[in-house]
Design a protein around this ligand. Structure first.
Ligand code: FAD
Length: 308
């Protein structure tokens, strides 16, 4: 019930300015973000990889209207990828990129800039021996993101896509993307979306998630099941068995700091489990989306604000 109001409030500049003054070291932030630097992200990756997990790293940032900022984001990914390779982690570590952080939202040439920047990150990832997944943002960007994906896949077919079960269109998008070699992350969707394009009730979103799972797990691609929901995980496992899929022909994904014991349980059972690690200074939007999913954490969050 509190999800939509929190996501709406998160758009207020006043709230953003107040919350962004919190140090990254404050408890609520570190429970979701291991740090602001490349070093802190790579150290967190090494710890999870030692525990038998895989990771995907997201240099936090979104909706940039500044070309220099978009270029700085590309540089941050290149530094990260070089460091992952140097520490021998890139076999189990890939990166997740938000196109709006690399220029998609720039006026005029936004899509072109985002494609070129994403291409540069894909090239650096391939040199490091790993891959890129394009995060999905709100529904106004879906067509543009899928078009950029199609272009990138001509040279980098290993590039991963993300689809959001809450959107009405997603079952059809799953069908289009369930082809051989196609890596597709299925999540529920983290953005505030209108009724015209998205299911609003949890029950309807969950039903859509299951329909999409059926398409992806029956298909020829590589499904990446991104959910902490015990029911979705159970249903995905059952569907994978029904379709004769062996471990390693699909994977589970969860966010850093959420249900870590379940991440390890699945990995110990032989599943591939990838943890999404966000890092950097621009943690505000990410934190607000996590709070919207878990309003129980609001008290903890408000206490951190008062005591800062
Ligand atoms: P929910 O029904 O929200 O939660 C199920 C259970 O998980 C809860 O009952 C609770 O036990 C636990 N849980 C959920 N959230 C929290 C929390 N914040 N703190 C503690 N426990 C929690 N969304 C996008 O829109 N675009 C993306 O590109 C994207 N990438 C993602 C990548 C990964 C690897 C993951 C795991 C999620 C991603 N998401 C993305 C977010 C996703 O869309 C959901 O918003 C988020 O995962 C919550 O949905 P859920 O499936 O976990 O189910």
């Amino acid at each position: 019930m509190l999800r939509q109001p929190i996501l709406l409030l998160a758009k207020s500049d006043k709230v953003k300015n107040l919350v962004s003054t919190m140090p990254v070291s404050s408890g609520i932030v570190t429970s979701y973000v291991p740090g602001e630097t490349t070093g802190s992200a790579v150290d967190a990756s090494a710890g999870l990889i030692d525990d038998g997990l895989h990771v995907t790293l997201d240099f936090l940032g979104e909706d940039t209207l500044d070309r220099a900022q978009a270029d700085a984001t590309v540089a941050a990914y290149k530094e990260l990828l070089a460091e992952l390779a140097r520490r021998g982690l890139s076999g189990r570590a890939e990166v997740s990129v938000k196109l709006s952080a690399v220029g998609q939202a720039l006026p005029d040439e936004g899509e072109k800039v985002a494609l070129e920047n994403a291409r540069e990150i894909c090239r650096a990832a391939r040199n490091a021996g790993t891959t890129v997944t394009l995060d999905m943002e709100d529904h106004t960007t879906t067509d543009s993101t899928l078009e950029i994906l199609r272009n990138l896949r001509k040279d980098f077919p290993e590039t991963g896509a993300v689809l959001q079960a809450m959107l009405h269109r997603t079952e059809a998008d799953c069908r289009s993307l369930a082809y051989e070699g196609s890596r597709v992350r299925l999540c529920k969707g983290a953005y505030h979306e209108p009724e015209s394009v998205a299911f609003q009730d949890k029950v309807d979103i969950d039903k859509s998630y299951v329909r999409c799972l059926k398409v992806l797990l029956a298909g020829q691609g590589y499904p990446m099941i991104a959910s902490h929901d015990p029911r979705m995980i159970q249903i995905a496992s059952a569907l994978a068995s029904r379709h004769g899929r062996n471990h390693g022909t699909y994977e589970f994904q969860m966010l850093y700091g959420i249900r870590p014991e379940e991440q390890r349980r699945l990995a110990e059972a032989g599943e591939t489990v990838r943890v999404y690690i966000p890092y950097g200074q621009e943690w505000y939007g990410y934190l607000m989306r996590r709070l919207a999913e878990r309003p129980q954490n609001l008290t903890f969050f408000l206490r951190s604000l008062v005591s800062k």
